[in-house]
Design a protein around this ligand. Structure first.
Ligand SMILES: Nc1ncnc2c1ncn2[C@@H]1O[C@H](COP(=O)(O)OP(=O)(O)O)[C@@H](O)[C@H]1O
Ligand SMILES: [Mg+2]
Length: 344
């Protein structure tokens, strides 16, 4: 059973690399920072409402949940939500990722070893190779796979059963998913940036788990300046707590929050250094746009994927940048913002 061994070591390797270092630190200190129930997962109300219905119905019927794809920017809670779905269904959770599955045989090994009902989570599912993806099609549709055994003239195709399972895929880039794969997900949900109120709830939950006292205005300050992203909110909370500790404060207040966030390069509007550079470069070198994402990434010397997955979506969400067919353009909001920062 060599296939099984290699795949299971891949899975282990993956569940470690799945998180950023910061997240891992958080997890180690307090295993319950990542919520395991819908109830402890603030925000994404529409997505949650829908998923609760689908999960409830699947439980009632005693059938596996339809396959789910979750998409949205990094750090918005896709992995967490997949975990919660498995918990609420009461089924085993198994995590891997697109880049970790090299060969069709790797995936075949994972699929044929699944316990019935398992929620198989494939992170960065848009990075599966087409050969691997093709194995998924029949598995998702009919719970069977066709694998080639042997080589050359003696090669033959063998059909194998897969236990009924639910595939949960996560991606930051829905547009990179192939049509045939996307079409096989009965449930498609998009996670959006969080409003400050939802982030405040997350911050209060994290601070009570970590034993920090957090004032309401401080929570709001961190929430407003966390790019609508829980992962960042939790990370900034820890940096703010460091400043509060060094100032010998019992409670994290908004003053120390403001100080710590400003020292992290995050201004009162909630934009960081890269956000500001993007806006400045667009104004100064491209006269407000339109400018292509590739050109922009090169000019500010950032990775194109990072600009496209992380920076641009947030700047668009906040109304600083608009997408046009000819490229990205600065909005009036951005121009007002740039003028006010110049004055300072
Ligand atoms: N709605 C939420 N409520 C509480 N914590 C959240 C929520 N969404 C995300 N988090 C936290 O933020 C971090 C990043 O979430 P994760 O699920 O890994 O994001 P993604 O998979 O979308 O990149 C995790 O530590 C998780 O606990
Ligand atoms: Mg994730």
């Amino acid at each position: 059973m060599e296939i099984t061994r290699t795949t299971s070591s891949k899975i282990q390797r993956l569940s470690v690399s799945d998180e950023t270092l910061e997240d891992q630190e958080l997890q180690e200190r307090a295993p319950s920072i990542r919520p395991s129930r819908f109830l402890d997962y603030p925000g994404q109300d529409e997505v949650k409402r829908n998923l609760e219905v689908y999960v409830g119905a699947a439980r009632k019927r005693g059938k596996p949940l339809d396959h789910v794809i979750l998409h949205g920017a990094p750090g918005l809670g896709k992995t967490t939500l997949a975990n919660i779905i498995a918990n609420e269904l009461g089924v085993p959770f198994l995590a891997t990722s697109g880049p970790a599955i090299d060969k069709p045989g790797d995936l075949a090994g994972i699929l044929t070893g699944l316990e019935p009902g398992t929620l198989l989570f494939i992170d960065e599912i848009h990075r599966l190779s087409i050969k691997v993806e093709e194995v998924l099609y029949s598995a998702m549709e009919d719970f069977v796979i066709d694998i080639i055994i042997g080589q050359g003239a003696s090669a033959r195709s063998v059909r194998m059963d897969v236990a009924p399972f639910t595939l949960a895929g996560a991606t930051t880039r829905l547009s990179l998913l192939s049509r045939p794969l996307l079409g096989r997900f009965g449930i498609q949900e998009r996670l959006d940036f969080y409003d400050p109120l939802a982030l405040k709830k997350i911050l209060f939950r994290t601070s009570s788990i970590l034993g920090f006292q957090l004032s309401d205005p401080a929570a709001l300050e961190i929430a407003r300046r966390s790019r609508g992203t829980p992962r960042l909110a939790n990370r900034l909370l820890r940096r703010v707590a460091d400043f509060a500790d060094m100032a010998e404060l019992d409670t994290i207040d908004d003053q120390v929050a403001d100080l710590a966030l400003t020292r992290q390069g995050i201004d009162a509007t909630g934009l960081d250094r890269v956000d500001r550079r993007i806006l400045q470069v667009m104004q100064e070198q491209y006269d407000g746009g339109p400018v292509g994402i590739e050109t922009l990434a090169v000019t500010i010397n950032e990775d194109r994927d990072t600009v496209e997955d992380v920076y641009e979506p947030y700047l668009v969400y906040r109304g600083f940048i608009a997408r046009t067919p000819r490229g990205r353009v600065l909005t009036n909001t951005a121009i007002k913002y740039l003028t006010s920062t110049e004055k300072k």
